[in-house]
Design a binder for this molecule. Structure first.
Ligand code: 6LW
Length: 510
């Protein structure tokens, strides 16, 4: 037996899609503008998820270079059939938006080049295998004027040999109830002679929900569950600590038990800064319909699964870049790989580009997901020359916090800057006390719920720079679909660089 605490996959991992091969579960989630894209995790207990790779790990594999923040890679579906993994996904925005699928024999990769389906409309595609055929379903704006500004789930056959959609189109679903909005995130699965269509509804905010329909045939007609929505937290009130619950995928374990992975947010005073995370709940079948978390009717804080526990991913991460600059899979960059060189034992030299954190393209930034409501991230750097550099907490180009080192006529200074809606405000400064003769500097950010404390340590002296409001990193303030990343940045145009010696992340505060 393995005990769990929700979320089982913390830090921004929305739109979970899950499948099983033998005793191993595999999970894919959305990654939007970040590179590498579409993280893949595996687990044998549904509780301990270890990242095994990314489906999009080569620059140019899919076009991310010009997508907007919270555009890019949306809501994938992961399935396994006849010895192959299939991953269906969409690039939203940029000059080359569209839907595609990839295949791999091992979920850890390598994943194929994309097969683009030019006539696959909309977002949130799914692949399903039935009647000896492959099927493709997606979500698009509804055609019916009566159902204006709404969505519908459509389906066509997918010819895997030709890599094209063929045959007649079927509209499977337009939402569980009139009054429900935005049926999206479809996933199809089989159970007991039925094919089930699980969808997200209500929009991925406070009214989010999971609904389900079933049919004897993948082409329909689908009937909705009389108990829809089968999971939501929207009736629990805004003070409930887990909000925005919706977008599920269901999976059957080897022992015949059923489980759902679903997104939710951990909310504090109505704000969440970690993004949408992945939660686990048991499923029972009653009258041919799934009951999520029977007897409880909402996600539980804790629970257990019947299998022996896997090895949990480390809660604390330490990168010593003086030993190696091979980047661990926890590091992400924006719209493509960040440019850096190995200084040969001195650390990772992050190279500035022609854009900065508030710009388009790929700024010089490396970030890992914030995954704890209380955490400390710190990094040791050599004083940057001819550059501004520091530690950033990034939600988007328009909303981030940064602790920035620069030099002016008085010497080194450290500024804490809140970048809100595209505007910089200095929220704290340390001037004059930062003597570079003391060598390296350590920049730290501590998240205390909805506050970030920035500090800088030079030699034996630690200076508090600011206590900044973390709410600008929340989707409630910043909008968007992502969580927050923390990591080093450098700006100052081409030629500017910063040498990062080490980076440390740990949950909790001491
Ligand atoms: C995604 C949709 C959703 O396309 O949010 O939660 C959107 N559901 O299915 C972005 O992740």
């Amino acid at each position: 037996m393995t005990e769990y605490s929700n979320p089982v996959l913390s830090g921004f991992h929305p739109d979970p899609s899950v499948c099983r091969v033998g005793d191993t579960f595999y999970l894919a989630s959305s990654s939007f503008e970040y590179f590498p894209g579409i993280p893949l995790h595996s687990s044998t207990d549904l509780v301990t998820w270890n990242r095994i790779g990314h489906a999009i790990d080569r620059p140019g594999q899919v076009p991310l270079h010009d997508v907007n923040d919270s555009g890019g890679l949306y809501a994938p579906t992961l399935r396994h059939h006849d010895g192959l993994f299939y991953l269906a996904c969409t690039v939203v925005g940029g000059e080359h938006p569209g839907s595609f699928y990839l295949t791999a024999t091992d979920a850890a990769g390598p994943w194929s080049e994309p097969v683009w389906l030019d006539d696959a409309q909309g977002i949130d595609p799914t692949i399903h295998f039935a009647d000896g055929k492959a099927w493709w379903a997606g979500c698009r704006p509804a055609a019916s004027p009566e159902w204006e500004q709404q969505t519908e789930i459509w389906l066509r056959e997918l010819d895997l040999d030709a890599g094209t959609l063929v045959g007649e189109e079927h509209v499977l679903w337009t939402g569980a109830l009139r009054g429900a909005v935005w049926s999206e995130g479809p996933h199809l699965f089989d159970h007991d002679g039925w094919v089930y269509l699980v969808t997200a509804e209500g929009g991925t905010e406070r009214n989010h929900a999971v609904s389900i329909a079933r049919s004897r045939s993948v082409t329909g007609p689908f009937e909705g569950c009389p108990r829809n929505p089968i999971l939501t937290h929207r009736h629990l009130g805004e003070d409930f600590p887990v909000q925005n619950v919706g977008h599920a995928d269901l999976v059957e374990a080897e022992d015949g038990s059923w489980w759902a992975l679903v997104l939710g947010v951990r909310s504090l005073d109505g704000f969440h800064v970690l993004g949408r995370e992945t939660f686990l709940t048991p499923v029972a079948w009653q009258d041919g319909w799934p009951v999520l978390n029977p007897g409880v009717g909402r996600l539980s804080e804790t629970g257990s699964t019947p299998w022996p526990g896997g090895t949990p991913r480390p809660a604390t991460l330490h990168d010593d870049f003086t030993a190696s600059t091979a980047l661990g899979a926890h590091w992400l960059s924006i719209r493509g790989p960040a440019d850096f060189v190995d200084s040969g034992g001195d650390g990772l030299v992050l190279l500035s580009t022609d854009t900065d954190l508030s710009g388009d393209g790929t700024p010089a930034f490396l970030g890992m997901r914030l995954r704890d409501p209380e955490m400390r991230a710190s990094m040791r750097v050599a004083p940057p020359k001819h550059a501004t550099a520091g530690l950033a907490l990034r939600q988007s180009a328009a909303f981030h916090l940064r602790l920035e080192l620069s030099m002016d006529e008085h010497g080194w200074r450290a500024d804490a800057i809140a970048h809100e809606n595209g505007v910089d405000s200095v929220v704290g400064t340390v001037l004059g006390d930062l003597d570079p003769a003391n060598g390296d500097m350590t920049l730290a950010a501590e998240l205390h719920g909805l506050e970030v404390r920035f500090s800088i340590t030079v030699g034996a002296d630690t200076h508090t720079v600011a206590e900044a409001d973390a709410r600008i990193l929340s989707s409630e303030r910043a909008g968007g679909f992502v969580g927050t990343l923390v990591g080093p940045f450098v700006a100052g145009g081409l030629g500017a660089a910063v040498t990062v010696r080490s980076f440390h992340y740990r949950p909790g505060l001491s």
